[in-house]
Design a protein around this ligand. Structure first.
Ligand code: ZN
Length: 172
């Protein structure tokens, strides 16, 4: 089932999310809904707070090439175990901040540990777009948005645009 995505500014996007203790069928269903919502948007990552659920759960799939096999990843309680000193700049966007993009600098490589939908511990080193995406999504679980990395003026400009968008949507 597709869920609706919260648009910034929203207090739920600023919250520290709670860890997940056991992977229940409800949580598995939630992860499926998040993947469906993400692919439909379309996007390459989605965090539970973006649909108003304050649990430490993210989904991602950074395979973008036509014809390549999709690689949906579901991560409960994802944690960055180590990051490279080497940095990388990507133009980031966010499904909660539609049509706004800005360059963000982050570690080029990160090792992430998480629990998968079967309750198994996993870890993997990500680089390139995957590394950027997984860091962006984990930030959401700590109430942090990519615009928090920008200069205040730019951030305020984007926030004002989003407030206007929300007013227009509420009126429609
Ligand atoms: Zn985002």
């Amino acid at each position: 089932m597709k869920r609706s995505i919260l648009i910034h500014p929203d207090p739920r996007l600023k919250k520290l999310c709670d860890p997940v203790a056991d992977i229940s069928d409800d949580l598995r269903k939630l992860a499926d809904d998040m993947l469906e919502t993400m692919y439909d948007a379309p996007g390459i990552g989605l965090a539970a707070p973006q649909i108003g659920v304050l649990n430490r759960l993210i989904v991602l799939d950074c395979v973008k090439e036509e014809g390549e096999t999709p690689r949906p990843l579901v991560m409960f309680n994802p944690e960055i175990v180590s990051s490279s000193d080497d940095l990388n700049v990507y133009e980031e966007g966010c499904l909660s901040i539609p049509d706004q993009y800005a360059e963000v600098t982050r570690p080029r490589e990160v090792e992430v540990a998480w629990m998968d939908q079967n309750g198994n511990a996993q870890s993997e080193v990500f680089d390139g777009l995957w590394a950027t995406c997984v860091q962006h999504e984990i930030d959401h679980l700590d109430g942090k948005l990519f615009i928090d990395y920008l200069k205040p003026l730019k951030r305020q400009m984007i926030t004002r645009k989003m407030q206007k968008l929300k007013r227009e949507r509420a009126r429609a």
